[in-house]
Design a protein around this ligand. Sequence first.
Ligand SMILES: *[C@@H]1O[C@H](CO)[C@@H](O)[C@H](O)[C@H]1NC(C)=O
Ligand SMILES: *[C@@H]1O[C@H](CO)[C@@H](O)[C@H](O)[C@H]1NC(C)=O
Length: 307
Amino acid sequence: MTKRQRLIMIFLLIMSYLLVAVLILYKDFFLFQNQPLSTTDLKLHCATSKSPLQIDAKLIPHEKVLRNMSMFALVQLYFRYIESPQVTCSSVKRKGNVQDGGWQLCEDLEYAPDKNGCLVYSYGINNDFSFDDDMAKYGCEVHSFDPTMDNKTDFLRGERVYFHPRGVGGIDKQANDLVGSKDLQMLQIDTIATHRRMFKHGPKNRRLDVVKMDVEGYEFEALMTALHDGSLDDVRQLVFETHLTLNGRPLTKESYLKFLILLRKIHSKGFRIYTTLLNEACGFFNEVDQRDHFLCHEVHTVNVNIL
Ligand SMILES: *[C@@H]1O[C@H](CO)[C@@H](O)[C@H](O)[C@H]1NC(C)=O
Ligand SMILES: *[C@@H]1O[C@H](CO)[C@@H](O)[C@H](O)[C@H]1NC(C)=O
């Protein structure tokens, strides 16, 4: 090899090393086209869907205007509204059973409950503690309420899961079992405010992070009262199941009005729907708009007012 050939060899060697180095350093750039949306993209998407414009387009009019609307218009508004996400949550985790009994939790930084000392009220257990157990595993203190179970005393279900044989409603009262079980039993029903006072979770000394509610029709009065008296003001995530009607009672204009008024109030308190899950068991054919719909919706919201 001549000296000149050797120099060319060394030059080529150095050039190929440089080429490899450039490829390694900028591999992200070359591979970018094949990658799914990065977290920054999702965050951007999240910010866009939180813009007032999008939310305003989904607002429910005032009760006076609603009362003037036709049944057809109410039906259309109700299903469109309740089934449309208003904000994006990037990290959604299932807590509890995959099927009935489990609920989603939004674990995005701005909405996630604090893993040290968060507090959860879980209304409607029906012997399924899967959500409650998972929230305790996540790090929360969980209070599980259900007046219709066989257990009629307070007990510790597991580490950090406290059971109370009480229900939730619009006022403190003793009520007949609405669910229509075997023997007519008197159930203790209280407001969320009463529970917070009872367990010293007052708004001033303890934040209530998550409220889950699946209470077969009581959700309307329970939530209306709680939204009105401020006991949900510090809540980060509110998840609940709506029941347009129960026990095969006919759907009236009032059924839709009630829940549209509730949804409007929920929105005005800062709660935004990020996902709504449909319970197949609630499917029905709606004569009003001649379409298949659902009588119940599992609505999942995050509170944009307490960022
Ligand atoms: C209700 O409907 C009537 C007749 O269509 C109309 O005159 C009235 O202005 C409406 N009221 C409201 C509050 O929209
Ligand atoms: C709750 O009730 C069930 C069914 O009656 C019973 O098996 C269970 O031991 C009870 N748990 C407690 C802690 O009382």
